[in-house]
Structure formats: structure tokens, C-alpha cells
Design a protein around this ligand. Structure first.
Ligand code: H2B
Length: 96
């Protein structure tokens, strides 16, 4: 079920890297180099398969841009937040 804007904004307080606009949540991550970036993308891809939920994303060298929305629902749902959290767990080192 598509979440309303105030619910999305509230949940984003726990995900400071992410912004809500155009019916999706978006984040941009910068890595040391292409190898680190692509390695994170591979790990994220396994999470996507496990959750059966998939990002719109793009990569240029060491930068990864990700947009999450639930296509079937035409907006942001709980599935997007589950995947965003899984991505955070992969991309943001624990001691940061
Ligand atoms: N990913 C996203 N982001 N939105 C979807 O609506 C979606 C998906 N649907 N991954 C899934 C797969 C789907 O088509 C199956 C059949 O559940």
C-alpha cells in the first residue's frame, strides 16, 4: 500500500541519506573507486532478490544513485523502506 507523504517524511528521519520527491525515495553514495562501488552494488543485488524488490539505479565510476518506489503501487511503500534499510546496512560501515 502506497504510504502518504507525512508517513514517508517521518520514516525518513531514520534514513538521513534519503530524500522524498517524484513519488520515490532517492539517495546518492560515493565510494573510493569503481571496485568498491560495484562490490556494494553486487551485495545490494542479492538483497533485492531476497526481498523481491528492485531499485532504479545508475552508476558512474565511484558514484551510485538509487531511487526506490513500488511500481505496482505507483509510489513509496513499506517494501521501499525495507530495501533502503538493507542498502544502508551494506553501504554505511558500522563504525561510522
Ligand atoms: N520492484 C519494484 N521496485 N517495484 C515493483 O513493483 C516490483 C519490484 N515488483 N520487483 C516485483 C519485482 C514484481 O514484479 C513481482 C512479480 O512481485
Amino acid at each position: 500500500m502506497k504510504l502518504d507523504e507525512s508517513t514517508i517524511e517521518k520514516r525518513l528521519l531514520h534514513l538521513p541519506e534519503w530524500d522524498y520527491y517524484d513519488d520515490a525515495i532517492h539517495a546518492e553514495f560515493e565510494f573510493e573507486n569503481f571496485k568498491d562501488c560495484f562490490s556494494a552494488m553486487s551485495r545490494i543485488a542479492f538483497e533485492c532478490e531476497a526481498l523481491n524488490h528492485h531499485p532504479d539505479w545508475s552508476n558512474v565510476y565511484n558514484v551510485l544513485k538509487i531511487s526506490l518506489s513500488t511500481h505496482d503501487a505507483g509510489g513509496v511503500t513499506d517494501k521501499d523502506f525495507k530495501l533502503a534499510q538493507a542498502i544502508e546496512n551494506i553501504v554505511v560501515p558500522e563504525d561510522e
